[in-house]
Design a protein around this ligand. Structure first.
Ligand SMILES: O=C(O)CCC(=O)C(=O)O
Ligand SMILES: [Fe+2]
Length: 302
């Protein structure tokens, strides 16, 4: 598996990684970003997300005029012309993390929440009260490559993950896969099985919608001719044996095309939930750490 530094070099050279983008905020931009964020914090209650999101929309013009480079990189994600599906944004200001991720998200689109999934900002951290046996945002189990909300009728278009505390050395590395690269490794029979409406996706217990839904894993949009993915291996069933065999081939292809990021605190990953898969390695339990792993996640549509 490739690590981030190789991805960074390959970003320019190799088509397979050209859909990843990386930006490190310059010190002067970091200061500007922090000043704008601070003005919002003093304006209201940080925990009242609805209020926070409406006040963010008022500062977006200020962000656009003061931080054009940052805005341009975020907007590459919603531009079909660039094909960028993953942006790693490094060197954000420290602290106030619950405001930085919503600001970046608001540049890309509008924040969405799903019944039973939590608020606009969902903390990803171990919760000792959780009884979930599958990999989850509330436990420290390995979470293999997946797209989010596979059990929802309309999964979100983009995901933002803010690395607030990364428990350095204790696991919890992020894994990503550019699905378009993985599809190049599959033959047409497998591709055709994955496009059949024969896969059952099981929702976790906290979800308020249907507990099992049936969808294809791959869909091709006829207008734009682009692929869209819905995939999570745990809780997945195929109605046919050939469908199950095709999933096994697909899993091999995505694993071959995955890469790992050892996340740094105060960085953000934005990704297209329909063209990139994400996952994480298992991590050390919070009881063993002074500063447990903590990410914040936001869903965005445009
Ligand atoms: O813990 C992580 O890094 C990601 C968690 C995740 O993908 C999820 O909760 O859906
Ligand atoms: Fe996820």
């Amino acid at each position: 598996m490739k690590t981030l530094s190789t991805v960074e070099q390959l970003t320019v050279k190799d088509n397979k990684f050209s859909r990843c983008d990386i930006i490190t905020l310059k010190t002067s931009d970091k200061k500007k970003f922090d000043d704008i964020s601070q003005s919002l914090i003093s304006n209201g209650d940080e925990q009242n997300y609805q209020h926070l999101i409406s006040s963010i929309s008022q500062v977006i013009p200020e962000i656009k005029s003061n931080l054009p480079e940052l805005v341009q990189h975020v907007q590459y994600l919603s531009s079909p012309a660039t094909m960028v599906g993953l942006l790693l944004l490094k060197n954000l200001p420290e602290g106030s993390s619950s405001i930085h991720a919503p600001i970046i998200s608001s540049i890309l689109g509008f924040l969405v929440k799903y019944e039973g999934e939590g608020d606009f900002i969902i903390p990803i951290k171990e919760n000792s009260n959780s009884r979930e046996t599958r990999p989850s945002f509330q436990n420290n189990k390995e979470f293999s490559l997946h797209s989010d909300l596979t059990y929802a009728p309309e999964p979100p278009k983009h995901i933002v993950m803010h690395y607030q505390a990364t428990n350095h050395g204790g696991g919890g590395h992020s894994i990503f896969c550019d699905v378009l690269a993985a599809l190049d490794d599959l033959n047409s029979d497998v591709l055709s099985e994955l496009q059949k409406n024969q896969f059952l996706f099981t929702a976790p217990s906290h979800y308020k919608g249907n507990s099992v839904v049936k969808f294809p894993i791959l869909t091709k949009d006829v207008m734009s001719n682009s692929w869209s993915i819905r995939f999570r291996k745990d809780g997945l069933k195929s109605e046919t044996a050939i469908g199950a065999e095709s999933v096994a081939e697909f899993v091999n292809a995505i694993n071959r095309n995955s890469f790992e990021i050892i996340p740094e605190e105060n960085s953000i990953v934005l990704l297209n939930n329909r063209t990139f898969l994400h996952g994480r390695t298992a991590y050390l339990s919070m009881s063993k750490l002074a500063k447990p792993r903590h990410l914040n996640r936001i869903y965005i549509n445009s």
